[in-house]
Design a protein around this ligand. Structure first.
Ligand code: DP6
Length: 358
């Protein structure tokens, strides 16, 4: 078990200077989904994702000394104070204060902006918790004059990000990341994600992800509640086994560039995620009619053209279309002509990206 608790990270209060740290962190799209958790944000099954490029959160954390001996911060999102976001961040900062005890000696001003509208249903918790976790790891180094080797720095950031939001653990690495213990991959862990870029065929390293925003409305059931409903789902245990078995077949496909196997597993996973929602108690449905129309049109298009374009879904109605870079032009035409009617032309063109930036 990784032990990051460090009671010695306490500052000499007379020497605390004010300062600021910054990070930009991307969102990610899961290929094998994390759905179901236990303990302190530990996953019930391993998951793997592509890191995105354009959908990012930029966060800065300014700090000044405070002698309250408690967590104290303000949160500003897109230039306005957002007290409604504070409880989630408060819980997160409380949880990690055993790792960063100096947090109780500071008052923080956390300022965040997203490159994508907050209401698009894009997983903003992954990029925002990723960016905040990176800022806090940099803050530790700055305040204590330490510097970790790069791989250890990102591992710790991934661990911290996971405590904030499970999927955020995967956002701190370039190209692709795997989170959760998985027998085929040494070093995999439930506590943090690991980078898996080296296990990917070049075709996947420049993969496109065009996101069709079918509905930007707030989800009727949040991911937090969705995870909790897995505890009573009668398919839960077989689902967790299935995720491992799919990952076992997906990894060699990712390595060899086997697009057909990749695409089949990708789509099966998306539909399984939504089937789990429909079979929860109470049951709920996050797909919309536009979601199904896009899926059907894509499958017909694929049959007639043999273009290896596949869909996946997050916990919402929006459709991610994934395909190799060399099909970008033809896919953009297809999306414009046949699919944009189902999302009012609301499309985000994204792709696999190179990870967070200072
Ligand atoms: C469907 O990471 O948002 O996107 O840990 O409660 O913050 P919390 O949940 P979250 O769940 C993401 C679920 C998913 C699948 C995935 O990204 O693996």
């Amino acid at each position: 078990m990784q032990r990051y608790q460090n009671p010695s990270l306490i500052l000499e209060s007379a020497n605390i200077k004010e300062g600021k740290v910054h990070w930009t962190c991307p969102s990610n799209i899961a290929l094998i989904k994390y759905w179901g958790k236990h303990g302190l944000q530990l996953p019930k099954n391993p998951s793997i994702s592509f890191t995105l490029d354009n959908a990012v959160t930029t966060t800065s954390v300014s700090y000044v000394a405070s002698n309250d001996n408690r967590i104290s911060f303000d949160f500003i999102f897109n230039n306005s104070r957002r007290d409604d976001f504070k409880p989630k961040i408060q819980t997160f900062l409380e949880r990690i204060s055993v790792i960063f005890p100096f947090l109780k000696q500071l008052h923080l001003t956390i300022e965040s902006t997203n490159s994508f509208p907050h209401s698009t249903g894009i997983a903003s918790s992954a990029s925002s918790m990723g960016a905040l976790a990176l800022c806090l790891c940099t803050l530790e180094e700055k305040l204590f004059g330490t510097s970790m080797p790069k791989n250890e720095f990102y591992r710790k950031a991934s661990y911290i990000a996971r405590v904030g939001s499970g999927s955020a653990s995967r956002s701190v690495y370039p190209v692709a990341a795997l989170w959760g213990e998985f027998a085929d991959i040494k070093d995999s862990s439930d506590e943090y994600a690991i980078p898996v870029q080296d296990l990917l065929h070049p075709v996947f390293q420049s993969f496109q992800d065009h996101i069709l925003i079918v509905s930007a409305e707030e989800k009727s059931v949040s991911s937090t509640i969705g995870h909790a409903l897995m505890d009573g789902n009668i398919y839960a245990d077989s689902r967790y086994q299935q995720a491992k078995s799919r990952l076992h077949f997906l990894m060699p496909a990712l390595k060899s560039g086997d697009l057909e196997t990749f695409g089949k597993i990708l789509e099966d996973e998306a539909l399984t995620l939504h089937a789990l929602m429909m079979t929860s108690n109470p049951s709920y449905l996050l797909m919309r009619s536009g979601t199904l129309s896009i899926i059907e049109k894509l499958r017909t298009f694929r049959m007639s053209t043999n273009i290896p374009a596949y869909f996946t879904l997050d916990a919402g109605p929006n459709v991610h279309l994934l395909f190799p870079e060399n099909y970008t032009e033809i896919m953009s035409d297809f999306i414009q002509n046949e699919l944009s009617q189902y999302c009012n032309g609301n499309i985000i063109n994204d792709k696999v990206g190179l990870g967070p930036k200072v």
